[in-house]
Design a binder for this molecule. Sequence first.
Ligand code: GSH
Length: 209
Amino acid sequence: MRFYDCSTAPSPRRVRIFIAEKGLDIPVVQVDLRNDEHLSEEFRKLNPWCTVPVLELDDGAAISEAVAVCRYLEDAHPEPPLMGVDARDRAVVAMWEHRFEIDGFLAVTEAFRNAARGLAGRALTGPDHVEQIPELVQRGRRRVERFFAALDAQLAHQPFVAGERYTIADITAQVAVDFAGWIKMSLPAECRHATDWYGRVSQRPSAAA
Ligand SMILES: N[C@@H](CCC(=O)N[C@@H](CS)C(=O)NCC(=O)O)C(=O)O
């Protein structure tokens, strides 16, 4: 098994944190996104979507998409559970993870990729040339503000995003908050509950991943 990573990129970091929480040791291959290694013919054979993370299994199957990689690792290594413990809990975790991927992680992505000079013509990941749309920067930033408020509201009544335990929903939200730093946005002071939660999750050893 091999984990295709890029140590500076937020999407594979979601999986790195998951792997650290599970205490797994998986050989890592660094993919040089800065020099377009992910667009090379060789990498395209592994993942035609041209993104990291990718988990290559021993039978040669390549699993991309951060949550799909985590799904595989959760099923292969159930302890500690990070994606829910029973049918109800799994659904609640999946719901919050998905919400904060779209409303948080992808909101930052929208603002960042439509603004960054180095990503001109690369507004979307994948093999195609896609122009930036400057108007989406403001919309992305507005979405991030809404994400911060929703995260704060969710943490007002429970210690973690999906309830009493730390889960993949926390990982996605945590990485989205850190990723927001790339567009110079951070949790506002009035988001007391989210700020307290962020301090706690950032102290976990896995946060260094
Ligand atoms: N939906 C994908 C997104 C992966 C993604 O966007 N990865 C970024 C790194 S954070 C990437 O590979 N970017 C390549 C590029 O910028 O073309 C997932 O969850 O794995």
